[in-house]
Ligand binder design. Structure first.
Ligand code: AMP
Length: 217
């Protein structure tokens, strides 16, 4: 089972993908997280990607293509994967079609998490991530058990550089211009399912679980 999670920054793709991948034993393919880890570790990929990520721009497609191919070829992605943050434009969507074909896999569904734009800034700017394992929290909607400490690994929670308000606004613009057209692309192919993302984390999860996991089991 290979599923794309689509939606604007702050829609909750990462949080839902974490929960769904655990519930459905699927690989969580989070391109943004792969890039952030590479930036922390100062690898060649991290050095190439850093400027784009910090400004909220898309990292060039050729770089992302290599990242996604390597990730989808990994053992844990063979049984199924949730693609979180990829594709983000039409070129990447076409690349994904070809890559899945080459790997003998297919896309089962594209889930569009729909959240009104007014809510997105508050969601993104309140987000905190674990500096150790990348797990996602929120200062209002998804608190850790102990202040500023990750429930999972005990790491310190920090704000992503690109979650500052000005950068969030740029990411929303990039989304509207480049990622928005994918809604029609997948709708025309009969793959799109819409979920109202303007509900609690758990409510969205229940809908997604039924839609994605139970309909494919
Ligand atoms: P995310 O964690 O999905 O919000 O991604 C954070 C940042 O990583 C984005 O603002 C982009 O700079 C970069 N990024 C993530 N996924 C992609 C992608 N598919 N194509 C290009 N850049 C990406």
């Amino acid at each position: 089972m290979h599923i794309v999670l689509l939606g604007p920054p702050g829609a909750g793709k990462g949080t839902q993908a974490e929960m769904l991948s655990e519930a459905g034993d699927l690989a969580h393919v989070a391109v943004g997280e792969i890039l952030r880890q590479a930036i922390r570790e100062k690898t060649d990929l991290g050095i190439e990607a850093e400027m784009y990520v910090e400004q909220g721009e898309l990292v060039p497609d050729e770089i992302i293509a290599g990242v996604i191919e390597e990730r989808l070829r990994a053992d844990d992605a063979q049984k199924g994967a949730l693609l979180d943050g990829f594709p983000r434009n039409l070129t990447q969507a076409e690349f994904l079609d070809q890559l899945l074909k080459k790997l003998g896999l297919s896309l089962d569904a594209v889930v569009y998490i729909d959240v009104p734009f007014a809510a997105l800034i508050r969601r993104s700017t309140g987000r905190r991530i674990c500096s150790g394992c990348g797990r996602v929290y929120h200062v209002e909607f998804n608190l850790p058990q102990r202040d500023n400490v990750c429930d999972e690994c005990g790491g310190e929670l920090i704000q992503r550089e690109d979650d500052r308000e000005e950068t969030v606004r740029n990411r929303l613009e990039v989304y509207l211009e480049q990622t928005g057209p994918l809604v029609d692309y997948y709708d025309e192919r009969g793959l799109l399912r819409r979920v109202d993302g303007d509900q609690s984390i758990d409510e969205v999860f229940q809908v997604l679980k039924t839609m994605v996991l139970e309909s494919h089991s």
